[in-house]
Design a protein around this ligand. Structure first.
Ligand code: BTN
Length: 276
């Protein structure tokens, strides 16, 4: 069935902001797709390596980290007003991709609101004296074609509050941007975050993660807290998951954790870390 757009998107204004930094850019807004990341990876593998911003009002098979599904709060609430889901695909030649999702997180948090913090490696969290909940996430994927690396930066941000029924159904429902900025809409937020995001990715391409290490550490919700590392093989081979105190990230974006066996650096995206 043909689907209509629900919102009005400033595609041309965004294109005008970004095109000087991304020659050959296309901005495409769709009512529905399986996943904006999946689509840009498909197109890249088929040879489309020009920069593209793909926004979808609805994803039917959104994906998160560690092979998980990704649903926005709008979807879970069966709201007709979409949240923000998009992917930016671009050819990129960084020396090392480590830490790119953290640098993207720094850019988004700084553009969005001072109460938005980061949970290693790719979660946007709303964190203040009263509340601490997930607001959005970042999924970075990459492929090589004829010696050219193509990177897809996928971002999902909840914009609208969950319905009351949903608040009661979920033990810890994720939060939304309207909790901080009540007039937020997905198109306005997209327009506000894209230019700083592209500038961040360009800086990362030249300088890697090092310039983002201190800003990430300043936004890190896990810093100086006890954490549980799920998926990490403890060196003492006990059945219990490894625990320790998170003490920030190193120059490559690895999470540093002080354990009773000493300091360990967690690089692997396969490990999930949560506050104890
Ligand atoms: C996570 O929290 O694990 C990452 C979530 C990333 C979701 C975004 S929504 C746009 C893009 N398309 C996807 O299928 N995933 C990313």
């Amino acid at each position: 069935m043909f689907k209509n757009m629900v919102l009005q998107w400033p595609a041309e204004a965004i294109w005008e902001q970004l095109a000087p930094h991304l020659p050959g850019l296309t901005v495409e807004i769709l009512p529905e797709i399986d996943s904006t990341n999946t689509e840009l990876m498909r197109r890249a593998k088929a040879g489309q390596l020009e920069p593209i911003l793909l926004v979808a009002e609805r994803q039917t098979a959104g994906r998160g980290r560690l092979g998980r599904d990704w649903h926005t709060l709008s979807q879970i609430s069966e709201s007709t007003v979409p949240s923000l889901t998009f992917s930016l695909g671009l050819p990129l030649s960084p020396l090392d991709l480590s830490g790119l999702s953290l640098a993207v997180g720094v850019s988004l948090a700084q553009s969005l609101h001072p109460n938005i913090k980061l949970k290693w490696p790719n979660d946007l969290w709303l964190s203040d004296d009263q509340d601490e909940r997930k607001l959005g996430g970042i999924l970075i994927e990459t492929t090589m074609l004829n010696g050219q690396r193509f990177v897809v930066v996928g971002v999902g941000i909840n914009i609208h509050a969950p319905t009351r029924t949903l608040e009661h159904q979920l033990r810890t429902p994720p939060t939304c941007l309207q909790a901080l900025r009540p007039s937020s809409t997905a198109p306005a937020i997209l327009q506000g975050i894209m230019l700083p995001l592209v500038e961040t990715i360009k800086t990362f391409e030249q300088a890697g993660f090092a310039p983002f290490q201190a800003p990430f550490n300043a936004l890190d919700v896990l810093r100086n807290r006890q954490v549980i590392l799920n998926g990490f093989e403890p060196s003492n081979k006990s059945d219990q998951p490894q625990t320790g105190k998170a003490v920030g990230v190193n120059k490559l974006g690895a999470l540093l954790v002080l354990t009773n066996q000493g300091e360990i650096a967690i690089n692997s995206g396969e490990i999930s870390v949560r506050p104890r």
